[in-house]
Design a protein around this ligand. Structure first.
Ligand code: FES
Length: 169
């Protein structure tokens, strides 16, 4: 099945606007290396589909970029920034790697679990927040830290956590 056939069959999943956004990335690479755009393309798809990537979407992207589906899955499963299942409206990713651990991430994690009533990998009953554990996010000098959606929050304290959670909508 050609990409165009897939596209017209599932216009809502991979529409013209999304294709346009992906094309802007594809054009940054040599003509025969469209697959180099897979990382930003996955971001675009995820952002446009409630924050997660279905297998259907990844398969369509593979066709669009001319690469094997397995290669798209490999990228999507390697990076913690991609979600392969539905997530909450907000995503909190807490770093528990060495610098953050030495600076108190365990206490941060416990507090978050208690406040939200969920464990890592779970979403609150109201669908507001998904809590994740992640490896080093490259902000060790601000440890302990977490990422709330796209923003980093560093030098965390329990008070800062409470403020963040209270501000979630
Ligand atoms: S160890 Fe947490 S950001 Fe590097």
């Amino acid at each position: 099945m050609s990409y165009l056939e897939l596209s017209s069959a599932k216009e809502d999943l991979f529409n013209a606007d999304i294709r346009h956004q992906i094309d802007r990335w594809v054009l940054k690479f040599p003509a025969d290396q469209a697959q180099s755009a897979v990382i930003p393309a996955l971001h675009i798809l995820q952002d446009n589909h409630d924050g997660w990537l279905s297998k259907d979407l990844m398969d369509k992207l593979a066709i669009y970029l001319g690469m094997p589906s397995i290669s798209v899955y490999e990228v999507a499963t390697f990076y913690t920034m991609y979600e392969l299942e539905p997530v909450g409206k907000n995503k909190i990713s807490v770093c528990t790697n060495i610098s953050c651990m030495l600076r108190g991430s365990e206490e941060i994690v416990e507090h978050l679990k208690q406040r939200l009533g969920v464990s890592f990998g779970q979403t609150t009953d109201d669908g507001l927040v998904t809590l994740k554990e992640v490896e080093c996010l490259g902000a060790c000098c601000g440890a302990p830290m977490l990422q709330l959606n796209r923003d980093y929050h560093e030098h965390l304290t329990l008070e800062k956590i409470d403020k963040l959670v209270d501000g979630l909508t």
